[in-house]
Design a protein around this ligand. Structure first.
Ligand SMILES: *[C@@H]1O[C@H](CO)[C@@H](O)[C@H](O)[C@H]1NC(C)=O
Length: 185
């Protein structure tokens, strides 16, 4: 088989491109990083989410979710959302979900303008949350109880609770969206 230099270059580019993954936003292969991409980091201590442009490493802004993390001094945790932890994108990239694990809060943020869409209070010790393939329903592993909580992330309402032994930490969906995998630790 003969390759021209151009076709070889195309093959090499394809191989390089095939190794680029943008997790967890997109199923399958993502595009190369561009100025349109955003990185969201969740900081438990300051209880904030920071938004970064990965093409130039500039911090675009910080979303405050409530109080800073409690120290060994007793604090009024019952009036604020505390301890941001875990981030999960909807597959269409329009929403991202964060959990305040001390105050059992699920916060959904719209990525278009980084505004808070909903805050939902769930059962004890939510750990990680991910959107179902409908880009709207959020499944939350609540470690403190033997169940998984399901909410409508746009309305901010609890719509279901599924029994699961062992205090599940998270639920991940298969690429075709037909199977939900529960992780216990
Ligand atoms: C959710 O987003 C994915 C990716 O953009 C899309 O393929 C799918 O159709 C969306 N689901 C719904 C119910 O809109």
């Amino acid at each position: 088989m003969k390759f021209s230099i151009l076709s070889l270059l195309v093959q090499v580019l394809r191989i390089v491109h095939a190794q680029i993954y943008q997790s967890p936003a997109l199923s399958g292969l993502g595009a190369p990083i561009s100025a349109h991409d955003r990185i969201y980091t969740s900081d438990q201590t300051s209880n904030t989410i920071t938004v970064i442009n990965p093409s130039n490493d500039i911090v675009l802004g910080t979303i405050a979710l409530g109080s800073t993390r409690l120290s060994d001094v007793i604090g009024p945790q019952y009036i604020q959302n505390v301890n941001a932890h875990g981030l999960g994108f909807s597959r269409d990239g329009k929403y991202i979900v964060s959990l305040s694990v001390t105050s059992n809060t699920v916060t959904v943020i719209r990525t278009l303008d980084n505004t808070i869409v909903s805050k939902t209070y769930v059962d004890r010790n939510p750990h990680e949350a991910f959107f179902a393939p409908d880009n709207r329903t959020v499944w939350i592993g609540t470690r403190g109880v033997e169940s998984i909580e399901v909410i409508d992330g746009l309305e901010g309402t609890v719509i279901g609770r599924i029994s699961s032994y062992g205090g599940p930490s998270k639920v991940l969906f298969s690429p075709d969206g037909k199977t939900a995998y529960v992780v216990l630790y």
